[in-house]
Design a protein around this ligand. Structure first.
Ligand code: 1GP
Length: 243
């Protein structure tokens, strides 16, 4: 069970990290470069997916990553038709910070038969978009405003509702390339009120931001843009003292 690693991190109050690969941007050579840098700084997971895919290389990318590494490969889908049985697990995200019925349950109903047949391990995930200082592809595509980061009480109530509804994971996302990552205050507030494993991502691009999210209570930090633009930065971001 791939989710077990994340559950254990929550039980023991530790933090790991996941490498996010956007199939639109990742050539096989680029994937090589990313994974070489992961050899010394191992992620708990490799996430693959993007809010908007403009190429049809998704399944090739999944196959390529799987061929090159043993890290558990989790699909982080921009839309629920990004299903590929060659991956290991699937973040079944429901956009609980939004009020778009398709992204709360509609798309899930449509994807359910293929997902069930895929054999992928399903992670029921409450996905909460927090304002990261600029409009992101995720909030634009979902047609939902993010929760303001200075209103942690809204985020907490959303996360508590998600826990009571039976979700297994909370994902706080400031959006890819966010100017400001989710604040420590918001992460701490969620952590204090909810017992679920907590994934945090969006705009985490310096060692200080990694440490802040980890210290605040994240159990998994998702690193996308920063590592994609400069794979060597991993050595700086993922240090022994933080993980
Ligand atoms: C976005 O959480 C991810 O959904 C990662 O964001 O690309 O800014 O690291 P970045």
């Amino acid at each position: 069970m791939f989710l077990k690693t994340l559950i254990n991190r929550n039980l023991h109050n530790t933090c790991g990290w996941a490498l996010l690969i956007d199939p639109d941007k990742a050539t096989p050579e680029h994937i090589d470069k990313l994974l070489i840098n992961c050899a010394h700084h191992k992620p708990d997971y490799v996430f693959a997916g993007g809010s908007l895919l403009t190429t049809d290389t998704f399944s090739e990318t999944i196959k390529d990553i799987k061929k090159k590494t043993n890290f558990p490969l989790v699909i982080f889908p921009g839309s629920l038709n990004q299903i590929d049985r060659n991956a290991d697990a699937f973040l079944l995200i429901s956009l609980v910070s939004g009020r778009n019925p398709e992204l709360l349950i509609g798309d899930h109903v449509k994807a359910a038969p293929s997902l069930k047949n895929s054999g992928l391990e399903i992670w029921p995930t409450a996905y909460i978009i927090i304002d990261g200082g600029k409009p992101t592809t995720a909030s634009y595509m979902s047609n939902t405003p993010p929760i303001p980061d200075d209103k942690p009480e809204i985020t907490v109530s959303t996360a508590v509702a998600a826990e009571m509804l039976g979700f297994k994971v909370i994902y706080l996302d400031a959006g890819s390339g966010a100017v400001r990552p989710v604040s420590s205050k918001t992460i701490q507030a969620v952590k204090k009120n909810v017992n679920l494993p907590l994934i945090v991502g969006g705009g985490i691009n310096t060692p200080e931001k990694v440490k802040a999210a980890s210290d605040a209570g994240a159990n998994l930090i998702v690193l996308g843009n920063a590592v994609e633009q400069n794979p060597e930065i991993l050595a700086e971001l993922v240090t022994q003292s933080t993980f």
